[in-house]
Design a protein around this ligand. Sequence first.
Ligand SMILES: *Cc1c(COP(=O)(O)O)cnc(C)c1O
Length: 407
Amino acid sequence: MAGQQRSTAELIEIESRLGAHNYHPLDVVLTRGEGVWVWDVDGKRYLDCLAAYSAVNQGHCHPVIRKALSDQADRLTLTSRAFRNDQLPLFYEEICALTRSHKVLPMNSGAEAVETAIKAVRKWGYEEKGVVDNAAEIIVCENGFHGRTITIVGFSTDPGARAGFGPFAPGFRCVPYGDAMALEAAITPNTVACLIEPIQGEAGVIIPPDGYLRSVREICSRHEIMLILDEIQTGLGRTGKLFAEEHEGVEADVTLVGKALSGGFYPMSAVLSNTEVLGVLKPGNHGSTFGGNPLACAIARAALRVLIEEGMIENARVQGEYILESLRSLRHPGIKEVRGRGLMLAIELHPSGKGARAYSEALMRAGVLCKETHKHTLRLAPPLVINRAEVDWLLQTISDAFEAVPA
Ligand SMILES: *Cc1c(COP(=O)(O)O)cnc(C)c1O
């Protein structure tokens, strides 16, 4: 009711009573955001080091994206793809030019982009490669994360994500991440694609050995199978390049983007393809009521433009290197390893220690929001607009908060 302020405790109680408990959030109730900062309902300010799992790379409530949203919302929001709209072609033109892609298919969530790619490469396999009907196989990696649909959790190796949700779709082979020889050994005449994260995000920022993506690229080309890189988290500047594949100088056949594609304003994802893969789809084969709507397209156009024009990708590289170096010089008995690329960073804690939750709670009290992944990994991934003064404040706060947690 208007005028009736609910307290933090009340809001948490309502959420807990009425909502499914499929998340274990920190007990902070946010109400406002700007740039790298967010505020809770009591007015306390925090530096957001999760950035909505890299969906707000451009910073909270970026004014240029917000204006694109409100201007477009005043004109036209949804037509369905039964008709054309004047934003979709411009979005296609701009994202293709930026990413040197030939074809685009817009969807909404990241998981939908993954599902779309799976459908497209299977059809490509049957029609272009001559794979036997219903026998297509896709190679995926252990500890990967690609979303939450039944198909996707069916090839997950995380028991929490898959247990109790079967039966699952067949057609996936799982190999160890970072091992190109294991990947090649899993190829059969029915293999149509491999689906890989350039850096495993949800697994805890796992960076594969140097040369891994180059080897995988070469293997895929030699066996005529499609390389699908899931850049939903690593893409759009997070690692200090537009795409993480650029660190190894490779190009995927199919690239998946989502999250920061809309700067946190609206769910939008896309399949980008530089080959004939998306060409196999004909009218009626695939679709989405909201996919490619004019509001999403106008927002994505602005989100991509500010990423480039405001130098966010270069900033991610520079600030990321500085944070990595500074965190590595931090002496604390709880820290086992610090790793990262660009602003996709992780602090690995000793498994004998307190566990990451104790640290993320200490950091929250100190004014830094980040989330543990698994028991012993703290991920740091602030918006790409973070400046040096904010980085220095963050480093000092981390150092102080760690001191307050006995190892
Ligand atoms: C977040 C994520 C997804 C799923 O995106 P949703 O929008 O949550 O469906 C897929 N792949 C990777 C690598 C991700 O980080």
